[in-house]
Design a protein around this ligand. Structure first.
Ligand code: ZN
Length: 298
């Protein structure tokens, strides 16, 4: 089962979050039929979403990440809640599914050539009236490194974030995990430098070559230092779509077009972009919807 663990190191100058996301990334890739480096891109972004939704103690915290790349990666959309539910999608431009280079040096898998620049908008809703939005350019293109920069720049929190997806020889997801470390105000920023160097050199990717517990992932994030666990919560791929959402999508057509649709076909299928689930609406469903729309208009 996927889980996330928050804690504070023994020196009391760093907040740490570790997440094991293998099941939810596997589920997302199954739903969207992703493999190879496409799976790495979506997996890193989903894991980052889970980590970013832990920044406040608010139970209603929600984080949306909207990345637009300029090469194969057209768009990555992530919607993560502080209750551990996350959904996401990747839209790609046409072309063969890229796979990791087998001759690449032992280093973290790179996806920057699939992103090729662009920008990301991070929207944080912490249950107050106002949403907070930050925009970053995708200078690195490795997903986690760019979102780390978002934390450091937009939120003024010295941070290290790393998210890795380990693939098997067929490009399927084997393991996925992520870490986020942030120093408390007043702590020297240099505290995080050794960890940042280590994960950029592939330290977390190396760790995930074998099965790891959540505690091992958190221990790695603190480079072996002890910590006090604060909170543990389950994580899962979850999409709240369904009949009501499908009807709401169809209603954007307007009453006349909904009636037209009902006259043309017995069933109308609405596919959710986030989870790829289909909701089938009958002719009667559409006519009832159109009648309700007309009565609301009059
Ligand atoms: Zn859905």
């Amino acid at each position: 089962m996927d889980e996330l663990l928050r804690g504070i190191n023994n020196t009391k100058n760093t907040r740490v979050v570790g997440a094991v996301t293998t099941d939810l990334v596997t589920e997302a890739c199954r739903r969207h039929e992703l493999e190879g480096l496409d799976a790495v891109v979506l997996g890193r972004a989903l894991t980052a979403g889970c980590l970013l939704a832990t920044l406040t103690k608010n139970d209603d915290e929600r984080v949306r990440i909207d990345m637009r790349g300029q090469r194969r990666v057209q768009q990555v959309l992530i919607d993560a809640h502080s209750d551990g539910k996350v959904r996401g999608l990747l839209t790609t431009r046409p072309g063969p599914v890229p796979v990791p280079d087998p001759d690449a040096p032992a280093y973290r898998t790179q996806v920057r050539h699939l992103v090729g620049g662009g920008q990301a908008v991070v929207t944080r809703d912490i249950g107050l009236e106002k949403e907070y939005q930050g925009v970053i350019s995708l200078d690195s293109g490795e997903i986690d490194e760019d979102l780390e920069r978002y934390l450091t720049n937009s939120e003024q929190l010295p941070s290290v974030m790393a998210c890795e997806v380990e693939l098997d020889g067929h490009g399927k997801v084997v393991r996925s995990a992520g870490i986020l470390c942030q120093t408390f105000p007043g702590a020297p920023a240099a505290v995080l430098e050794p960890l940042r160097d280590f994960v950029r050199d592939g330290g977390l990717a190396d760790l995930l070559r074998h099965e790891r517990t959540l505690e091992e992932v958190v221990g790695f994030a603190l480079l072996g230092e002890g910590y006090e666990p604060m909170e543990r919560r389950g994580l899962e791929f979850h999409c709240p779509c369904g009949r009501a959402r499908a009807l709401s999508v169809v209603s954007t057509l307007g009453a006349a077009d909904v009636e037209q649709l009902a006259s043309e076909q017995d069933e109308t299928t609405v596919t959710c972009h986030y989870c790829n689930d289909d909701t089938v609406l009958s002719k009667a469903d559409l006519l009832e919807l159109a009648a309700r729309m007309r009565s609301e208009m009059s």
